[in-house]
Every structure is written in C-alpha cells, then in structure tokens.
Design a protein around this ligand. Structure first.
Ligand code: GAL
Length: 831
C-alpha cells in the first residue's frame, strides 16, 4: 500500500482529501464504521468446575442457554450456614460462560474486541482455546483485543471462567457476567474504549468552552493521515459547535488530540434541569468516515468551599445524599436500566439529590440514570486497600491492580456531569497507620493525574486517627462516617478542610412493623426491627434527626450521605452474628439475609423513615402518620402516634375527633434509646411530632398546615379482614425490547379498599402474553422464598411482582390469586 506523507493545513484538508483519496489508506475506505454490537444473547452457562472449559471441542450442548447480564447467585437457594453477610446466597464457586459466534470473512481487516462492563469476579477469558486475559476486580469494566485469534468465516468460541471466593465481600456482590457485554468491530484507525475526555473549563451564561480530548488509534503498520471532526449537539439534536483537525498518526500507535469548541448560550446541567449535550467524534480518512464515537456530557461548573460547601453552577447545593450498594433487590445484581432508574426515582421522590456508590465503581447505566435525573454522584473505588476486612477481599489484588482499576474507573466515568468527586476509599484500615498518608497520597495523585477537574475524597470512620496520621490532609474533601457530634470540633481544629458526612445514621427498621413500647425496637423472636425508628443499629448508629441537626449546626458541611437509600442483600445488622465454628462467616442469625438500614425496603416500598427524610429534604407540602391502626386486643391501651411533615403544624384527628395541633420544631418528641444509646441516652427530636393515643378502631388522620392553611393530609383506617388483591403497576406501558420492566405493587385490601397492614396472605401469579415474570419480593428481610418463584407471601400487606417485556409488541397479562380473596388481573402494554 502506498502512503503519502503529507503536511496539510487544517483549512485545506477537506479539499485535498479528495485528491489524495486514491493513494492513501485505501483499505479503510472500503468499510464504513460498524456500531458496537450488543453481545449479550445466546450465551451458554455452567455452574461448577469444568476441565478445560475453554476447549473449542468441549461438548457444551447441555449447558444452559441464557441472555446476559446474569447473576447466578440470585437464583438461590438461600442456604443455612452460608454467609448471611453476603445474603445467604451462592455467591461463590466457579461458573463458566461460553458463546459461539461467527465473524464474516469480509471483516478480516477489522480490529475486533470484546468489552465487559463488569464480571463478578476473578474473570479469565479465552478465545478459541487461547488465553486472552483476566480481571480480578468484579466492579470494573474491561476490554480485550480478540483480533489475532479470530477464525474469520468459521466458528469462534469465547469462554469466560469466573471464580468468586467465599468471604470476599461485606455485602452481596452477586456472581456472574452481571453487566453488559459488547463486541466491537473497528477499523484499524479508530477511537478506542473510553476514547474521549470532555471538560468545560470556562462557563458563563453567554458562552461555554468545551474541551474534547480524543484518542485515535492507528493499528495499521503504516502512518495514517486522518481528519478528526468533532460536532457538538444539544438535547434536541441541533448542532451547536463543530471543529475538525488533520492529523498524522504513526503506525501502531495512539495519538491524543485536544479540541476546543465554544457553545453560545449554553444550557447548564443542573440538579433541577439536567441538560445533556452530545459530542460526535468522526475520524475520516480520505474524506471517508472510518469511525464514529458518541459521548454524552454536560456543561456545568462545580466547586467546593471550606465554608460554603458544594457549589453547582454558582449556587450552593446542600447534598441530601444516600449511599447505595449495587444490587437491585429481588432482581439481584444483573444490571437493568429500568431497575436502576426506578431506584433513583424513588430516591428523588424522598428528596435525594446525591449518591455515593458505596463502595465500588458503579455500572455505566447508573451514571446515565443520574445524568438524566439530575443527581450528583461520588464514585467510589475501594472498600479495602492493602489491609483486608474479609479473608478474600480486594486487598489480595491491590498491589497488582489498584492503579489500573482506579485509572480505568476514572477514564470510563469522567464525561458524566453527575460525577462530582472520586472517592478512593471507604473506612480503609490504613487510617490507623502512621504512614497511611503515603498510600493516600499515591492514590490521590493518580486521580489528579487522570482527572484534574474533580476533587478526591475518602469516607473515614476513625476519629481523630486520619488527622493524626495525616491521611485527611492528602485528599481534597474529607468525608466522615458517623461523627455528627464532632463536625464542629473537627472544623475548629482544621478550619481549611472541606467536610461532609460521607456515611450517616445506619438506623434499622422493618417496613410496617411496630413494637410497643417504643423501647422494644429490637425483637430477636421475629428478627424484625420496629418502625418507630428510635435507635437500633450497629453501635455507631443514630437517628436521622441527629444528622439533620448536625448539618444545620454546621453549615460549612457539604451535606450527608445516609446509609443506605435502599435495603440491600446481605449485612443483616442488627441480626448478624458469627461464632468460632463458622470461620468468620455470619451465620447465627439465619434467616435474616438482607439489610434493615434503609428508609426503603428491598422491594422498593417506603418505610415510615422515608417520610422523615422527605419532611427534611423536600418542599412540596407533605405529612405522614404512623403506626397502622389495627391493634386488635389493645383497645383502650396507649399507642404512640408519630407525624412527619414539612409543614408548620400538624393536627391529629382520631376517629373524627381532633386532638389538636402541634407545631414542628416547638413540640418535640423524645426518642428513647433502649438497644444502643445514642451518646447520652434519650434523644429529643425537633423533627418529629408525637401523641399518645388510646386505641379504638376507626382511623387516624393528620392534616398539615402551612401559614395556617391546610395543605396536606393523610389518613389510616382500621382495616377489616382481607378481602381482595389489588394490583398497581408503576408503568402500564413499557418498551417491547426484551429488557424493560413493569413493577407491580400487590396489596391485600379489605372490602372497603383499606390496606390490611399485617396481612401475610400468599399471592400466586400467572404471567402470559408478551412478557415474563422475572422477580417477586416483599421487603421482608427474613424471607427465604426464591426471588424467582411465581408466588409470594405479602409482608405488612404488600408484595411486588416484576415483569419483563419480550421483543414483540403486545400485552402482558398478570393474574394474581390468593386463597379466599377476590383475585385480580392487570394488563401491561408493550410497544
Ligand atoms: C459502615 C460501612 C458500611 C456498612 C455500615 C453499616 O461502617 O462503611 O459499609 O457496613 O457501616 O452501618
């Protein structure tokens, strides 16, 4: 092939390219770019060890056929004796995936690679029997070049072995190729994985400077003359800027190119208006496209101030944040866009505007959701460095992999406008080491080198160790886990630091469960925790109210990240214990298998605590009342009634009779501390209103008043015996794409449609038409029924059934029946 060495000025490149077309890089011009291919379908799976599972000739005809993403552990069963900290599910062992595929001979000149968004874990990959590579960390995305080993025009088999270990996580990690997989057929000259880095160094209302740094790879054995054309489009697809540059790229090398584009009257990405732009990067050879690469980004400014906190686009934003693990409750960890979107929408309805991806890199889909909803994110890399917290933790891989894992996390996520900080660790044990600052500095430097536009942080849980050992001075922003009463002191001693509550509260409760008296929160017999939300949790736990107060007292704080937004699989504190015979496994409190920490249960149903956060974090008038009003056998006895509101006053009406109004902030509520005392025992909250009410069946109703006007109300009625099954879909119409989900709430109601708050009726489901049942759940932390059964007991009157569309448009029919109750049917349309 002839290569013409040229030096061409940018202004004449387009004209000249036509002239030289016939004598430069001709093989590139034959094949237009092929979009990345979804490579999730038609995989074969075998759970267990396989001798030479990578062999081309292996008989895999009996292996199970499935579509990725896949989490084998969620299929269960729950097993007594297995670690409850990881959910009592089969999260360890060996699993093999294989896929047979063909690549047409016409693609012989392509660069072919496979991209995994994450595989849990210790993945090893072979193509046609040849070992390609490995990636121990289950939370990171990775790509392997397959080009040299492809059998063009014939059968190819890719084999992936995963071998997650027992005692390798403090929470449910899932197991399997649980994120998306893509096949890429690139031309030799192309933009590689994560090939753009987009920043907005200057933004005013009139104009934004958008810098796009693009990597271009030339895998040819000859120098390439190319043009990089970058076009920016607004949310409506209108072009708002474009620039092109000619480049010479040496053979078998990569080149980074920086382009700067001005956007006039930019629309900011903000929490209230999360506007996104798109950058389309085209690589041209001889005027013909050889690659097209699309990147979403936002135009926004962020800054962090020791006194004023977090500033987004010039305005202070108090971070009402949550920490979240990566599972999707009954759906396990197999990533699903809609499942993530639903989680974050529920969080947003509680008033959440910030997320900490505790304690690992998230799925790309979660960040897309946050970009689109307007939720800022701290992306966290590690729960452990060199010192492990569990026998088979990431610390085993830290030395070899930490730099690559950390850099890859940043390279993958740096274009997301939602991402505001990189967290390099959670409660890392090096805090207590005198020279722990050295490793902190090393990791901090990697982040700054990779992305100078965002600050770094750590969630510290010791105090004052990270200050004494100087780790806190090596990161840009200091996160403290569970030290609300010390913010003031920390700040007085370190006036220049930027501080926030990186993990807060850790209170526990079970939805719809109430114990009397309030002090009896913990109940070993039932393995549940009362929803009066006093103080049950680990020794460091405290009520949300204490953090609200601390944040108000210390306005320099960026805000808080409550532990956790949703209940998650694993870590069933306070029902969590181990004995010496279990080699470090938490097994004693079977069957508690999922966490009690969140204001929203594992199925996504709000607990009472959801409304306590809502009363502090939202402005739309709301009022909530608890407990339920079905106390058969307690007639005449006193029942504590709590109300949460963002209004000024609340009036309580019991059985039609007003018990008067209480004023928020003036009429306080004492929260006794029975199980663990919050520092000094009794805690008085100005965030709750309460009454002691003698129980008589009927109803309790609360009315919220703002400026003297009734603006919100809620009523709970005493329910009669269960009479019917009610079904409520979160969406009655979903996409017929084989991925979209409808989440259907199932309620047990009496004949007057009141929720039966203690009902445990079993509901059976039959799903027909263009959809399948993919999960059931009820939020009960002790339930060991399979999440994939076609029935579920209700818990506190509710359960959930999740259906998924097929790729054919039509209707999904969900029939729900329960012994002795009026049944129900709901139709979800797919298109
Ligand atoms: C924190 C830890 C979290 C979780 C939480 C429970 O110390 O960072 O991962 O274990 O405690 O309260």
């Amino acid at each position: 092939m002839n290569t013409v060495k040229r030096s061409i000025k940018i202004s004449i490149i387009l004209l000249v390219s036509l002239v030289v077309m016939s004598c430069s890089n001709t093989e590139e011009t034959k094949t237009p770019p092929i979009p990345d291919q979804d490579f999730n379908e038609d995989w074969l799976f075998f759970k267990g060890s396989v001798d030479s599972g990578e062999n081309v000739t292996l008989d895999d005809s009996n292996w199970r056929k499935l579509t990725l993403p896949h989490d084998w552990a969620i299929e269960g069963p729950f097993k007594k004796g297995s670690d409850l900290r990881t959910g009592g599910l089969p999260v360890h062992g060996v699993g093999w995936y294989r896929k047979h595929f063909n690549i047409d001979k016409s693609h012989q000149n392509k660069q072919i690679s496979i991209e995994f968004d994450g595989a849990m874990n210790n993945s090893k990959v072979w193509l046609n029997g040849t070992y390609i590579g490995e990636r121990p960390f289950g939370y990171i995305g990775f790509e392997f070049d397959l080009t040299p080993y492809i059998n063009f025009g014939g059968d190819n088999v890719i084999a992936v072995q995963l071998s997650p270990e027992d005692l390798s996580s403090r929470w449910y990690p899932g197991a399997g190729i649980y994120r998306n997989v893509r096949l890429k057929l690139n031309n030799a000259i192309h933009i590689p994985q994560w090939g753009t880095y987009i920043t907005t160094p200057k933004v005013t209302d009139q104009q934004a400077t958008v810098n796009v740094e693009t990597t271009i790879k030339n895998a040819n054995s000859s120098t390439a003359e190319v043009v990089l054309e970058t076009t920016l489009k607004d949310k409506n697809g209108k072009i708002v800027g474009a620039v092109s540059v000619p480049l010479t790229i040496n053979e078998s090398s990569e080149k980074n190119v920086e382009q700067s584009i001005k956007v006039i009257n930019p629309e900011r990405w903000d929490i209230k208006s999360p506007t996104l732009y798109t950058a389309i990067s085209k690589v041209l050879v001889n005027g013909q496209e050889v690659d097209v690469f699309t990147s979403e980004f936002g135009i926004r400014t962020i800054s962090f101030d020791a006194n004023d906190g977090f500033i987004l686009n010039g305005n202070k934003v108090e971070l009402n944040g949550v920490c979240m693990h990566h599972d999707q409750g009954p759906l396990g960890t197999a990533i699903n866009y809609r499942a993530k979107e639903r989680q974050m929408q529920i969080m947003q309805s509680m008033g959440v505007n910030a997320l900490r991806t505790s304690h690992n890199p998230p799925s790309p889909e979660l960040l897309q959701v946050c970009d689109r909803l307007g939720i800022v994110v701290i992306v966290e890399a590690f729960d452990e460095w060199k010192k492990g917290k569990v026998p088979n933790g990431y610390n085993k891989h830290f030395d070899k992999w930490h730099e690559k894992d950390l850099r890859d996390m940043i390279r993958r996520d740096h274009n997301h406008p939602s991402v505001i900080m990189w967290s390099i660790g959670n409660e890392i044990l090096e805090q207590s080491e005198k020279d722990g600052w050295k490793l902190t500095k090393h990791l901090n430097d990697i982040c700054h080198d990779q992305d100078p536009t965002r600050p770094t942080t750590i969630g510290f849980n010791y105090y004052p160790a990270p200050f004494v050992n100087k780790l806190a001075y090596q990161v840009d922003v200091v996160g403290m886990n569970y030290w609300p009463l010390s913010y003031k002191e920390i700040k007085e001693q370190n006036p220049d630091i930027i501080l926030y509550g990186s993990e807060t509260s850790s209170l526990t409760s079970s939805r719809g469960v109430y114990h009397h008296p309030i002090e009896a929160e913990f109940q070993k017999e039932t393995h549940h925790v009362s929803s009066y939300d006093a103080i049950v949790g680990p020794p460091w736990a405290y009520p949300p109210d204490a953090e609200f107060d601390a944040q108000e007292q210390n306005p320099f704080s960026l805000g808080e990240f409550m532990w956790t937004g949703f209940d998650y699989l694993g870590e069933p504190t306070p029902y969590a214990g181990k004995d010496n015979s279990t080699h470090g496994r938490w097994t004693l409190d079977w069957p508690s298998r999922s966490s009690y920490f969140a204001p929203v249960d594992l199925a996504g149903f709000p607990k009472d605590r959801y409304y306590l956060y809502q009363s502090q974090w939202t402005a739309e008038p709301m009022v909530h009342v608890l407990p339920h009003w079905n106390w058969e056998g307690k007639e005449g006895k006193t029942i504590p009634v709590y109300a949460y509101t963002n209004c000024d006053e609340v009036e309580l009406i019991v059985n039609g009779k007003s018990l008067g109004r209480k004023v928020k902030g003036v009429d306080t509520t004492d929260i006794p501390a029975e199980f663990h005392d919050f520092k000094k025992g009794m805690y008085t909250s100005k965030y709750r209103l309460s009454w002691n009410v003698p129980y008589h069946p009927g109803s309790i109703k609360v009315i919220g008043y703002k400026n003297g006007k009734a603006v919100a109300e809620k009523e709970i009625k005493t329910a009669q015996s269960p009479a019917k099954v009610e079904l409520l879909a979160d969406r009655n119409e979903i996409n017929a794409d084989g991925k979209d989900l409808s989440f259907i709430t199932v309620k047990i109601q009496d004949k007057f449609d009141a929720l039966c708050p203690t009902a445990t009726n079993k509901v059976n489901f039959k799903v027909t038409g263009e959809g399948t049942l993919v999960a059931v759940g009820n939020g009960d932390q002790t339930a060991i029924t399979s999440f994939q059964a076609n029935y579920r007991d209700t818990f506190s009157g509710l359960c959930l059934v999740v259906v998924k569309s097929t790729k054919k448009a039509g209707e999904i029919k969900i029939e729900a029946t329960s012994d002795g109750l009026e049944s129900n049917t709901i139709i979800v349309k797919t298109k």
